[in-house]
Design a protein around this ligand. Sequence first.
Ligand code: MG
Length: 380
Amino acid sequence: MFKLRWMDPLLVKLRRIELFRVRIPFHEPFRISSGSVSEKESIVIRVQSRKFEGFGEASPMGGTFYSPETPDTTWQALVEDIVPRLLKLRNVRLQDLDRILAQTPGEPFAKAGLEGACWDLVANRDQMPLYELLGGSKRPLPSGVALGIYPSIETLLERVEQFVAQGYQRVKIKIEPGWDVEPVRAIRRAFDRLPLMVDANAAYSLSQAQVFEELDQCNLMMIEQPLAKDALAEHAELQRRIRTPICLDESAESIAALEEIIRLGSARILNIKVQRAGGLMTARKMHDRCRQARLPCWLGTMPELGIASAQGLHLATLDNFTYPTDVEASSRWFVDDLVDPPIKVDPHGLIHIPDGPGMGYKVSREKIARYCSWKQAIDA
Ligand code: MG
């Protein structure tokens, strides 16, 4: 188990927690196998001690096409249960926070947002970059672009060209039955050496394995979540039939699920999402377990706005995050972002995170006010 690098293990007493419901439109709708979204809804969380503050973000997708949690259910869990309970506690040790939050079943997004705000507060207080507090070391982080399902292959190829020109280090395309082998072959014809992967978001069953046997000939980096979330034995069976590594995303929802994935050999790569794991601490534990099992991983995203993205990037400095992250430039998805500077990808496809303190990106109170539709403050 890793040790936190800070000297004072006490988290100062929290006095006030503010919640902001924000909405920022997407440049273009994002369609995956199970639905479509056109704006980012998020809950910004500000925690306050007597002298310091920290920001976090709870970022479930709108609608229920990715997980049963939505912005409404997450807001309710925060206001009615998790926030009042946390405010009642005296000094809480940061490394105990995931276990305290675990007393509430489920609600990974609410927990991730609140825990992220507490990590940020402690890093601000100790004048330390968040990556150092998490045990990482600063390095440029390669970024990959994720492309949704488009109406035509022509449009898809235009998008691939556009983002490759911007420097992104790999391209991932979403697939579904009827939109799989053909678009992949079209990209391969146009970009024969491009680092390319596909994400099915659990849209197939093992009886459709032929699709993956055909994709196995396309020199892909990995095939992400081909089968249903709970189909771990079937994923292991599929992995035995193809050489391309299977990467699990939706299936990797807890440490217990990860243990089962490792035991069965259901994947060779893992996509770790802080929001799905329920916070930075659990995500960090999953990373450590993967390293021990020689399972390389990478940091995924919902996508989230800048606050949660920045915190994820600090975590992604840990050494077993060996593949490019799904975190992209703020301007890739959103017409605006809440952090200053926005997250940027350089012409070589790299993200350079600031030195902190905390996440090192300033959160704009003015922009929170501009995009906020509802807010609530709860005092200790
Ligand atoms: Mg995925």
